[in-house]
Design a protein around this ligand. Structure first.
Ligand code: AP5
Length: 183
């Protein structure tokens, strides 16, 4: 099973990706968590991206595309994966499809967790990560509208988009996703 989780900051992508990863026994790949871990480790990559994350901006497409190509070729990803935070732009989505074509596989479903901006802010404020300050959060929600929303059209057109109400308890969100996947 190859799944993509889409949604705003705090929409529950990570929460659901973890559940789906356990359910299907596939790796959960969170680009945001990888970047935050690199920052915490003060690695070269972490130093390159720290300011970008703190501003709530997106890291460059080139960097993320290269990262994901390497990650998806690791042995644990051979039978499937759930991507959390990638793709983030229409360009990343296209590049992902091109790359998967070379591996003779494709994304099965792209799951869009729908929540209001108000609900997104409330959830992220409770978490308190490096990029959860009010300015960065506002910027992340603007970025969502500017760059992530066009991806919905991309996947909708290809009939791979599943819309799920993210404003319900986590297990209910999971139930709706599993029911969508079995249709
Ligand atoms: P990323 O980590 O992907 O940030 P995000 O989209 O802002 O998402 P979050 O991780 O904050 O939230 P989430 O949707 O996973 O929700 P969660 O399950 O944690 O990316 C961070 C940054 O990295 C980006 O801004 C960018 O700079 C960079 N980046 C990453 N990928 C990139 C890419 N591809 N290209 C370029 N740049 C990239 O839940 C949040 C909270 O809500 C938790 O406390 C949780 O317990 C709670 N919660 C979850 N579900 C529910 C529920 N159903 N009901 C009540 N509470 C819930």
């Amino acid at each position: 099973m190859r799944l993509v989780m889409l949604g705003g900051p705090g929409s529950g992508k990570g929460t659901q990706a973890k559940k789906l990863s356990e359910h299907f026994n596939i790796p959960w790949i969170s680009t945001g968590d990888v970047l935050r871990a690199e920052i915490a480790a003060d690695s070269l990559l972490g130093q390159q991206v720290a300011e970008t994350l703190a501003r709530g901006e997106l890291v460059s497409d080139d960097l993320m595309i290269d990262f994901i190509k390497v990650r998806l070729q690791q042995p644990d990803a051979a039978q499937g994966w759930v991507l959390d935070g990638y793709p983030r732009t229409a360009f990343q989505a296209e590049e992902l499809d091109f790359f998967l074509e070379t591996l003779n596989v494709q994304v099965h479903y792209v799951i869009w967790l729908e929540l209001s901006a108000h609900a997104l802010i409330e959830r992220s404020e409770n978490r308190g990560a490096i990029d959860d300050n009010p300015d960065a959060l506002r910027r992340r929600i603007e970025t969502l509208a500017e760059t992530t929303m066009p991806m919905l059209e991309y996947y909708d057109y290809r009939q791979r988009l599943m819309r799920v109400d993210g404003n319900q308890p986590p297990d209910d969100v999971k139930r709706d996703i599993l029911s969508g996947l079995s249709r």
